[in-house]
Design a protein around this ligand. Structure first.
Ligand code: HEC
Length: 527
């Protein structure tokens, strides 16, 4: 079956490189190999995941590494059953595949499940939808434009005047995306003056050095959609969006400008080289020193502070970046005879609250707490097995309502908890008081998630579990409860955290020696 999904270039971009031997894959490896491998492994199995990660936190494994759910669990939660649930499996996947009844035991090596056969679909859409949640729309410029006049300095306001006026920047860097190469603009008018909307030749270099949009893809098809006469789109490049541009130097397709000031100087002198199709706006601008500085200040004010500080939704698990092998042009360190030992850099995990300020080029990114070299041999690529499928749902605890299904971290329903909440609020804080019926003594942990169960909420100071009162804002409170009986929980949640609907979710984990062994869940509504 072929599927065409409109405006899903992010999905294509995620799927393509995975099996491309020039980019990410061993030659000859296909999606079925990736699917079989990943469904057998623990997601992020060798990487630290913060328990307060805004997306992964609720699934973070108590061991500190990886998730406590498998890829199959996640796919089954997110996608409609018809894409993964079938009584048939795919035999000899590929051009001559057939569909045969699923065997009762293990699958033979030449058969894969429907979930595995459709893995690239899940992969592409999941990556696309995650990327689409990363919207940098809280820059000082956004706050200024929505009426907060204190958000920008006078210099940045003056710079906006140069951007939209004398500099003519907004002819190309237009709209909220700050580029004409945006879905809305291209859908409205795919062509501009006979060439592709969203592309321009600025005269960064001569087209003979890099023909840009005038080139062809690996199959010989023109990159340009315009069908313009030969040469008409040579040297054109896509107009980039400018949000967070202060963090992404060096600039232009060849990295030829190292700072925003150098970009401004480039535009001010009217580009580097001339070409017949060079854009009309690219000509000497006669900006004075003040105007240049103002323009740079405006571009810097396009930085979303959450990106700078790696705060939600821009938080992330630990990322391990392959960094070649240590050695020189004549010898390298080896891990086995004839095999170079891989070196990795580590970008540490951060939770929703963010962490170290990222260090944009050309500053040294290898600062403590940011990117650091991992000691040789300390990281082995993923080997941890996939977590077992979640245990069948425990009988719903009385009073906990129909939404009470075990949370993803539950593996054995050892204890059940009865939760009856009371919600009260002031202008800024919702206070939930719940009484728990604990069946046996032990350690309990309480968390709150937003209504969709996606984001872990900060519990304000003064939240309480039994006798333990938290003195700091935190994501969880843990307390040891001596014996079976009633325990009171009070959670204080900033109403601003409930921005997308007033619903939220309380999770009470019964902690075993290696993490949560049972979870009671309750969905509640703030009045
Ligand atoms: C004719 C359309 C056009 C105009 C006018 C224009 N730009 Fe650009 N801009 C582009 C294109 C195309 C690129 C990418 C060029 C490349 O990669 O070679 C770009 C790149 C940039 C970049 C680098 C972004 C990156 O991530 O590499 C910045 C910053 C920028 N422009 C700012 C400005 C400013 C400031 C002005 C006004 C002085 C301006 N632009 C005017 C089309 C334009």
């Amino acid at each position: 079956m072929r599927l065409e999904i409109p405006n899903a270039s992010l999905a294509s971009q995620a799927v393509g490189p995975m099996t491309n031997a020039g980019i990410m894959s061993f030659a000859g490896r296909g999606w079925k190999d990736i699917a079989v491998k990943l469904t057998s492994l623990r997601p992020l199995g060798e990487q630290a995941v913060s328990p307060s990660d805004s997306v992964l936190g609720p699934y973070a494994d108590p061991s500190g590494k990886g998730l406590s759910v498998s890829y199959a669990d996640l796919i089954e939660r997110a996608f409609a059953t018809r894409w993964w649930r079938s009584n048939l499996v795919v035999k000899d996947p590929g051009a001559n595949q057939t569909f045969v009844p699923a065997p009762s035991g293990q699958l033979p090596a030449n058969e894969i499940t429907q979930l595995q056969a459709n893995f690239s679909l899940f992969w592409g859409l999941a990556v696309q939808l995650y990327e689409a949640s990363l919207v940098s729309d809280q820059t000082p410029v956004d706050r200024f434009l929505s009426g907060d006049h204190s958000a920008l300095t006078k210099q940045a306001v003056d710079g906006m005047g140069v951007f939209t006026g004398k500099g003519q920047c907004s002819t190309c860097h237009a709209g909220p995306e700050l580029t004409n190469a945006a879905t809305a603009a291209v859908a409205q008018s795919p062509l501009t003056d006979g060439t592709d909307t969203g592309f321009a030749n600025l005269g960064v270099r001569a087209p003979s050095e890099d023909v840009g949009l005038g080139g062809t893809d690996v199959n010989g098809n023109p990159l340009s959609m315009a069908g313009a006469p030969a040469g008409a789109v040579d040297g054109m490049f896509k107009i980039p969006g400018l949000r967070n541009v202060a963090l992404t130097a060096p600039y232009f397709h060849n990295g030829s400008a190292g700072t925003l000031r150098q970009v401004v100087e480039f535009y001010n002198r009217g580009g580097n080289v001339d070409a017949p199709n060079k854009a009309n706006e690219i000509k000497p601008l006669s900006l004075n020193e003040q105007e240049k500085q103002d323009l740079v200040a405006f571009l810097e004010a396009l930085t979303d502070p959450r990106v700078l500080l790696q705060q939600a939704p821009f938080d992330h698990p630990e990322l391990l970046i392959p960094h070649g092998a240590s050695g020189d042009t004549t010898s390298v360190a080896t891990s086995a005879p004839g095999v170079a030992a891989d070196e990795y850099l580590e970008l540490p995990a951060v939770g929703a609250g963010g962490a170290t300020r990222i260090q944009p080029f050309p500053n040294n990114p290898f600062l403590p707490g940011f990117l650091q070299a991992l000691p040789a041999g300390s990281f082995q690529p993923v080997t941890a097995p996939a977590p077992a499928a979640p245990a069948p749902a425990a009988p719903a605890p009385a009073g906990a309502g129909p939404a009470d299904t075990p949370a993803p971290t539950v593996s054995a329903p050892a204890t059940t908890l009865k939760v009856t909440p009371k919600v009260r609020r002031t202008r800024s804080v919702a206070t939930v008081t719940a009484s728990l019926n604990v069946r046996q003594g032990g350690r309990l942990r309480v968390r709150a998630l937003d209504g969709r169960g996606r984001r872990q909420l900060v519990l304000l100071a003064g939240s309480r579990l039994g006798k333990i009162v938290s003195r700091h804002d935190a994501y969880t409170i843990t307390a040891r409860i001596a014996r079976a009986g009633k325990v009171t929980v009070r959670l204080r949640i900033a109403r601003s955290q409930l921005a997308h609907g007033r619903t939220f979710r309380i999770l009470v984990d019964t902690m075993g020696r290696r993490g949560a062994v049972a979870t009671a869940r309750l969905d509640a509504v703030a009045p």
